[in-house]
Design a binder for this molecule. Structure first.
Ligand code: PMP
Length: 406
């Protein structure tokens, strides 16, 4: 197994003070190699990609297209053209909703999502359903976050045109049975959209094996810069879809009245592309592959087990989701009796410990679990046992700070 301590040295911000960074589900830190790859692009290959016939532009194009191939390989796409670069998961999912959803969902049809979805995988489908008089149907999990076979089979029917599901919940940390759901959805003639924002950084993804027709990810949650994301789409589906944005770089021929569009993926990448950050994403993927998913998962499980065992010793803490740390994908969401999560996060911040507090862009889930707001600690492979100890120690003193007896 890789020595994770060696990798940690690559993360300048993590090593720049005494901060404990436990908000990795919101965004990861970035290693020096990724920052250097982006910087190198601008130092050596800076020109507008896909346009010029001169060396620098061709170098920029090569760097950009090579990055696309790296992403395709990373998630098991059969060809690079199946990868569209976007800004993030949100944009990827909106692309599918606007370009596929609005065209293929009609009055009386149904779109099935889960109540656990991040708003990014909910609002676009609310929009499609409202515009086209379709129905949005919600799968609901058990208390531990499980969507049972009975649940998805009762919600996915012959009326279902799209099933949009998060691979890993950003609140419960649960990994949904996407492969089984996809198989059933396909048997009913529906297509499957997977929100991979929380899975791609943490586990080996194979879109083909998963049965995803579309798969969205965000670079910034997996060591890459903010502002670069990707959408995988099955070739046949992308080919038949209309563009999401229109303008430069995505056309074949334009007249005063009309336009024909470029082949995929360029049909979906209007305007000057974010080549520098695409290069950063490819470098981030190489970095993750170098660490290895076995090591990533083992470290996350070790830290999550420590976190959950420590939290279980505090009787006034409630942890959401499964009791099994292996089913949390490094995400532990909790509340503390008598203390608002914002106060908790603020008191932890006094000790330079960063956790998230709020609704985590999943308000319908908060309503479902009966919590207005929760705190969330989320770890990545570069976090350490001593950071977990520091977090637990400080957390055990939060109620005292708030005026409760020790
Ligand atoms: N889906 C899930 C499950 C997420 O956790 C997030 C980010 N919190 C998103 C979608 C949206 O990602 P982004 O803000 O990068 O578009």
């Amino acid at each position: 197994m890789s020595n994770l301590g060696d990798f940690r040295k690559d993360f300048d911000q993590l090593n720049s003070g005494d901060y404990v960074y436990f908000d990795n589900a919101a965004t990861s830190q970035r290693p020096r190699q990724v920052l250097e790859a982006v910087s190198n692009f601008y130092k050596t290959a800076n020109a507008n990609p896909l346009r010029g016939l001169y060396d620098w532009s061709m170098a920029a194009t090569d760097a950009y297209e090579n990055s696309r191939a790296v992403v395709a390989d990373f998630i098991g796409a059969s060809r690079a053209e199946e990868i569209i670069f976007t800004r993030n998961t949100t944009e990827s999912l909106n692309l599918v909703a606007y370009s596929y959803g609005l065209e293929n969902v009609h009055e009386g049809d149904e779109i099935v999502i889960s109540v656990m979805e991040h708003h990014s995988n909910m609002l676009p489908w609310q929009m499609v359903a409202k515009k086209n008089n379709a129905k949005l149907v919600f799968m609901e999990p058990l208390e531990d976050g499980t969507i049972t076979e009975q649940e998805y089979k009762s919600k996915i029917t012959d009326k279902t045109k799209i099933v949009a599901i998060g691979h890993v919940s950003n609140v419960m940390g649960v990994t949904n049975p996407v492969k089984e759901i996809a198989e059933y959805a396909h048997s009913k003639g529906a297509i499957v959209v997977v929100d991979g924002a929380q899975s791609a950084p943490h586990m080996k993804v194979d879109v083909k094996d998963l049965g995803a027709d579309f798969f969205a990810l965000s670079g910034h949650k997996m060591l890459a810069p903010m502002g670069i994301g990707a959408l995988y789409g099955r070739y046949e589906l992308l080919e038949q879809m209309q563009p999401f944005l229109r303008g430069g770089e995505m056309i074949e021929y334009v007249t005063r009245e009309d336009a024909t569009y470029a082949e995929i993926p360029h049909k979906f990448e209007a305007g000057t592309v974010n080549a520098g950050d695409a290069v950063g994403l490819a470098e981030a993927i190489k970095y993750i592959q170098n660490v290895g998913f076995d090591a990533i998962e083992a470290q996350e499980q070790k830290l999550t087990t420590m976190l959950m065992e420590g939290l279980a010793k505090l009787p006034y803490i409630k942890v959401y989701g499964s009791k099994d740390p292996k089913k949390h994908c490094g995400i532990v969401t909790f509340t503390m009796d008598g203390v608002h999560p914002h106060d908790m996060a603020s008191i932890l911040n006094d000790d330079h410990i960063c956790v998230r507090a709020g609704h985590h862009c999943a308000q319908p889930l908060m309503q479902f679990i009966g919590a207005g707001s929760t705190a969330r600690a989320s770890v990545y492979f570069y976090n350490t046992e001593s950071e977990v100890e520091r977090f637990l120690d400080k957390l055990s003193k939060v109620r005292e700070v708030m005026g409760y007896g020790a």
